[in-house]
Design a protein around this ligand. Structure first.
Ligand code: MG
Length: 392
């Protein structure tokens, strides 16, 4: 028996064991039962998609410019095929317009039985994308599970299948969320506390886009605790280009190295004006959802923030990286509040990123998978097949 075959069998057994004993697998198996799919169907020659809602509980109430919340709805997916299982996930923060109900409605419409092999990835994912215009998180849940499955069938992780490295990967930044006192000012004690929790990392992300006074208080408070480099996400919060520029100049003098989405996403001319004058690179997040958005952002932003839940998953994310590189645009990857499934899928791209914002699993208290690990602040990727996750 050659090594590949041995690894292949070892992988199959590990997957089978995980499917038999682990809680999310049980959860999903229960979902399969509900939808009338037997265990026999799960190991059949046809791909079987199952899914189940899950609520991610956040360690802290999470506040960005405009909203606060303490849980995030998620739908876990799995695609079973010949005894192998690929895991996926849709995360639905409310501002993206998807809900557990809309994702489940979408997934019920996905009929994988019309395809004979999971390796028809282009065909399958094009079919999935064409079911509706939106539902990017639901589409992503299928995309990630299919990638995980195919990687497991090949016995290789995606970073390796794509010819990339797992050496010298970037740090992930970790977010210090906004915290307000009862009078609407920044709760400095709470911000100090949150900042102290991030000191094992190498890069802090701060959500701004509030009043000038609150924004400056956030940065000053963090700077009382640490000199770690900071990236700022204004989440479209600065509405006027002159105001945005003077904030960015102020931030540049305080060890901030990049600003994400300083102004509203539709203000492209103003973003271009700002980019011409900004001492810091500005990155498009809300303005950049999918591959087709990149062309219009060229010249207005220095780079793009790719998120799997926005762009329908790993297939399109890879295309976005190729196009951004061709345009000499800078690349970061971000996340929603997610379990280790979607974070580990995003981490496959780590070697291609200038900034990684993959702390979604760190932000939740009830992760049910293990996968990508952060060591000394850096992303690490093991040599595990697919997206490299296992149910806890
Ligand atoms: Mg952002």
């Amino acid at each position: 028996m050659n090594t590949t075959r041995r690894n292949f069998l070892k992988t199959s057994m590990a997957v089978a064991a995980a499917a038999a004993f682990a809680s999310p697998a049980k959860l999903l198996a229960a979902g399969a039962k509900k939808t009338g799919q037997s265990q026999k169907a799960l190991s059949s020659d046809k791909m079987v998609l199952t899914f189940e809602p899950f609520e991610a509980r956040m360690k802290h109430v999470f506040t960005i410019s405009g909203s606060s919340r303490s849980t995030t709805p998620i739908v876990l997916t799995r695609i079973s095929y010949q005894g192998h299982v690929g895991y996926g996930e849709a995360s639905m923060p409310p501002y993206l317009g998807e809900s557990t109900a809309s994702v489940i409605d979408f997934l019920k419409r996905v009929d994988l039985s019309r395809f004979s092999s999971p390796f028809q990835m282009e065909e399958i994912l094009t079919y999935v994308d064409n079911i509706t215009t939106n539902n990017t998180a639901a589409k992503c849940a299928v995309d990630i599970a299919l990638h995980d499955l195919c990687g497991k069938l090949m016995g290789q992780p995606w970073w390796k299948i794509w010819g990339w490295s797992n050496k010298n990967l970037p740090s992930t930044c970790v977010t210090v969320g906004l915290a307000y006192a009862a009078d609407g000012s920044i709760d400095r004690e709470e911000v100090r506390k949150k900042t102290l929790e991030t000191l094992d990392y190498n890069l802090i992300k701060v959500k701004l886009g509030n009043t000038e006074e609150n924004d400056k208080t956030m940065i000053n408070t963090i700077r009382e605790v640490t000199d770690l480099p900071i990236v700022v996400d204004a989440n479209q919060g600065w509405k006027e280009k002159g105001q945005a520029l003077s904030m960015i100049e102020w931030l540049a003098a305080r060890g901030v190295e990049m600003v994400e989405q300083p102004m509203p996403k539709l203000m492209l001319d103003q973003a271009a004006w700002l980019r011409d004058r900004s001492p810091l690179p500005i990155m498009a997040d809300e303005a950049c959802q999918r591959l087709s958005d990149i062309r219009k952002l060229y010249g207005a932003y220095d780079g793009i923030n790719i998120k799997l839940m926005k762009c329908t998953g790993m297939r399109e994310a890879r295309e976005m990286i190729t196009l951004a590189k061709a345009l000499n645009m800078r690349i970061m990857m971000g996340c929603m509040t997610e379990t280790s499934v979607a974070i580990s899928a995003a981490a496959q791209f780590a070697s291609q990123l200038e900034w990684a914002d993959l702390d979604g699993n760190w932000l939740i208290a009830n992760d049910i998978f293990t996968g990508m690990k952060v060591v000394d602040g850096y992303i690490t990727l093991e040599d595990k097949p697919g997206i490299g996750v296992e149910p806890i």
